[in-house]
Design a protein around this ligand. Structure first.
Ligand code: UD1
Ligand code: CA
Length: 459
């Protein structure tokens, strides 16, 4: 049995059926690119090294795949899958005795558990080539596997297939294990005399067989995993499968999801035990949610960290922010990037925050804008408080010290500081620092004109 293998991911093609300005393999499913799924799957098999064939939009593709285990080869013109593999000729020349896993980059549903027995089978059999197949209800679009009796003879692509060949439901998944030295002595023999005018990697089968080399098919019993994504409808269908998988694995680890049909929880998101996710909750990017939290309907969280026992009430949006244990946010709050809500704090109805630190047990219950500010602990922010942080050119900071009480309808014109345990009277416009323990009031004096309304009517 041979030991160790290399991997080659084919990611140079544009993917014209996507009708996109962006290369197909960088389109995302559940917050992660197609290429990244394939790469992560391959890395789990622990190859000695992975190479990615890049071509179309190669800078962006290389950025996405960058890691120390990954090397790149450039395929300048995309002349077909065999031609793509040929671009790796030089780097593989030194590794002739190895096995090479060649895999299309448009297979985001494939699991390492499915590839492991395939790899073991190939190495045990000592084949020149083993490739992955599946039997599909609807094989449209795939290369069909032709046999004579039980023995495979070749693969015919959909476009080149006769009507009777199109009836065949056994298809080529686009995942191959080659012995490097056998692969390279047949690659240059592949021609492009077919309907697409491309050099097909699948043609190596027939050539290897003609040389008496051992070629076998390994059929997977998980056909849903080999769905190749060729257009945006297939992308949506695959994303739906990944979404269900994600919710299943979360529920298995102790998360309650009230409505799996409407919760959108992206692949990289982490959710702690005993947390309850209500209907239509969106958790995106690198979001981490702690234990025993409640995320009520229409909560939308992007790239944020939420501690334990936190409640996020309905229709709240949180972006690139941190919420510490036992805090409560919402309903209808908007936490914009760099907001930090400390332990036990409360942010309520229609409060917007941006680049703000909000201290332990402080409260801002209603209708406020808190931007570019530090609010220390046990502060009370009255309804309708506004930090006036912007003069049209620059942003300025507001500091509210521990225990301060900001009356309703206050405008804090930054830069400004409100001292420890001080009070600001309702309706004030604060333009100067308030010393600790003081009361600051700044509003027009009230006057009453008696009988004014009657006189007005008489006029
Ligand atoms: C390919 C297989 C087909 C199989 C199907 C599985 C060939 C000839 N056909 O068809 O038998 O059933 O996958 O999904 O291989 N690529 C390059 N350079 C190129 C051309 C393609 O890097 O010059 C890359 C693409 O970026 C893609 C992969 O190779 O990731 C497969 O290309 P694609 O055009 O999707 O092949 P299919 O027509 O789907
Ligand atoms: Ca494909």
């Amino acid at each position: 049995m041979r030991q160790g293998f290399l991997a080659l991911i084919l990611a140079a093609g544009e993917g014209t059926r996507f009708k996109s300005n962006k290369i197909k393999v960088l389109h995302t499913l559940l917050g992660k690119s197609m290429l990244r799924y394939v790469l992560d799957c391959v890395l789990k098999l622990k190859p000695e090294k992975v190479f990615v064939v890049v071509g179309y939009q190669r800078k962006a593709v290389m950025e996405e795949a960058l890691s120390d285990k990954v090397g790149f080869v450039v395929q300048k013109k995309q002349l077909g899958t065999a031609h793509a593999v040929l671009s790796a000729k030089d780097i593989l020349a030194k590794r002739k005795d190895k096995d090479l896993l060649v895999i299309n980059a448009d297979l985001p549903l494939l699991k390492p558990q499915t590839l492991r027995p395939f790899l073991a089978f190939h190495q045990r059999k000592g084949n020149a080539l083993t490739f992955l197949s599946a039997e599909l209800e609807n094989p449209t679009g795939f290369g069909r596997i032709l046999r004579s009796g039980k023995k495979i003879t070749r693969i015919v692509e959909e476009k080149d297939a006769s009507p009777s060949e199109r009836q065949i439901r056994e298809i080529n998944a686009g995942v191959y294990l080659f012995r490097v030295k056998d692969l390279f002595q047949v690659l240059s023999k592949v021609s492009n005399k077919n309907r697409k005018g491309e050099y097909y990697l699948t043609d190596t089968i027939e050539i290897l067989l003609s040389q008496g080399k051992k070629v076998e098919v390994y059929r997977t019993s998980h056909p849903e995993e080999i769905m190749g994504i060729n257009d945006r409808y297939e992308l949506a269908k695959a994303a739906e499968i990944l979404r269900r998988r994600k919710i299943k694995s979360l529920t298995e680890s102790g998360v309650t999801v009230y409505d799996p049909a409407t919760a959108w929880i992206e692949t990289e998101v982490k959710v702690g035990r005993d947390t309850v996710v209500y209907s239509s909750v969106f958790l995106e990017g690198k979001t981490v949610i702690g234990q025993d939290c409640r995320l009520y309907p229409f909560v939308h969280i992007v790239d944020s960290k939420v501690g334990d026992r936190v409640k996020i009430l309905s229709s709240t949006m949180i972006e690139e922010s941190t919420i510490h244990d036992e805090a409560q946010v919402g309903p209808f709050s908007h936490l914009r990037p760099k907001s930090i809500v400390r332990e036990g704090a409360r942010i309520g109805n229609f409060v917007e925050m941006k680049n703000a630190v909000f201290g332990k047990k402080s409260k801002a219950g209603h209708l406020s804008y808190l931007g570019d500010c530090t609010v220390e602990e046990k502060v009370n922010i009255g309804a309708g408080t506004i930090t006036c942080n912007y003069d049209g050119q620059k942003k300025y900071k507001t500091i509210i010290r521990k225990g301060a009480f900001i009356g309703s309808g206050t405008e804090l014109v930054a830069p400004v500081e409100v001292g420890k345990n001080s009070y600001v009277g309702a309706g004030s416009t604060i333009t100067k620092n308030v010393p600790p323990g003081a009361l600051a009031v700044s509003r027009g004096k009230q006057v009453e004109k008696r009988g004014w309304s009657r006189k007005k009517k008489e006029k």
